[in-house]
Structure formats: C-alpha cells, structure tokens
Design a protein. Structure first.
Length: 171
C-alpha cells in the first residue's frame, strides 16, 4: 500500500490539466446589470432580434409637439430609446408582449414607462401592433427620470415569467 506522502508526491508531479476560467467580472453573463448588452448589440428576445438604435436623454423638445404632453417635473428629464425589432417567428407576433421595458440608474430607482410616463410618443412600445413574420419595426420607450440618473441609465426587459431581466447599456 502506498503511503499518503507517496500519493501526495504523485499528485504534485502528475501532469495537471488546467481549465482556464475568466474572473467573475470579466466572465459574467452578458445582459446582466453589471454587464449590459452594448448599444447596438443584437439580442434575441421572445422571437425578436432587438437592437437599441438611439437614445435621447432630453426628449422634451420632441415631445412638446404633442399638445397633450406635459413638461417633465423639476429635476427630471424625459429619456427616449428607439429600438429596432425584427421578427424571427413563423407567425405574426407582438414584440415585448411578455414583459416590460424599464430603466434604472445610479439611484437604483426603477423607472417605468407606465408610471413615469412621458405622455404620447410615436411608435410607443406599450401600444405595439402585430408584426408579420420576418418584418422589422421601430418602437420607442420613454421614461421620466432624475437628471442625475439620465447619463448612466440602463434599460432592462423585465419578463413576466420571473426569468432574469435582460439589461442594455444606453451609452
């Protein structure tokens, strides 16, 4: 029978298979709050290939064209995001129907396009229509956010089924 010391020595001299693993921060899953998808990245969500096309951190000048819209409250600004969604489904469907698009900044306050509404916006994601199979649409989301949160805001798709939200950088 081999001694413990002999067995230990064998372990120390035996060839070692090393599996490289990235650090937690570098290897974190994309689409998390710590590592949101970059602006312009194509991400598949519920059968749609989605991209953040543009961000407007001072959307009031455009929104004021609609007489029913009100200016943002003091210390806040309207932030709009334009998304492009291409259907990859074999039948007509509605993008973002299985969750909500929200935003969060350094204050950690979650901004909802329903609660912190910007008023009437064109192609509002909350009022999306059926999209034909293979078709591409542009949708807009808007939030009223603190002017302190606006520069570092990230958007996230919060799914109704409880799966992990999908985060997008807006920089």
């Amino acid at each position: 029978m081999r001694s413990w010391a002999h067995a230990w020595g064998t372990l120390l001299t035996a060839p070692l298979l090393v599996v490289a693993s990235a650090s937690a921060s570098a290897g974190a899953a994309p689409g998390t709050r710590a590592h949101p998808y970059k602006k312009g990245a194509a991400v598949t969500i519920d059968g749609f290939r989605v991209r953040v096309v543009s961000v407007n951190r001072n959307a009031w000048p455009r929104l004021r064209a609609n007489a029913s819209n009100r200016p943002p409250e003091a210390g806040t600004t309207y932030v709009t995001v334009t998304l492009r969604a291409k259907s990859r489904l074999p039948v007509a469907s509605v993008p973002f129907v299985n969750g909500t698009l929200n935003a969060v900044g350094p204050s950690k306050l979650v901004h909802s396009s329903v609660v912190q509404s910007c008023g009437v916006i064109s192609n509002d994601v909350a009022n999306a229509d059926l999209v034909s199979a293979g078709a591409t649409v542009r949708q807009n989301a808007c939030w009223q956010v603190s002017t302190l949160d606006a520069p570092s805001l990230v958007m996230f798709y919060d799914r109704y089924d409880g799966r992990r939200p999908i985060y997008f950088s807006l920089k």
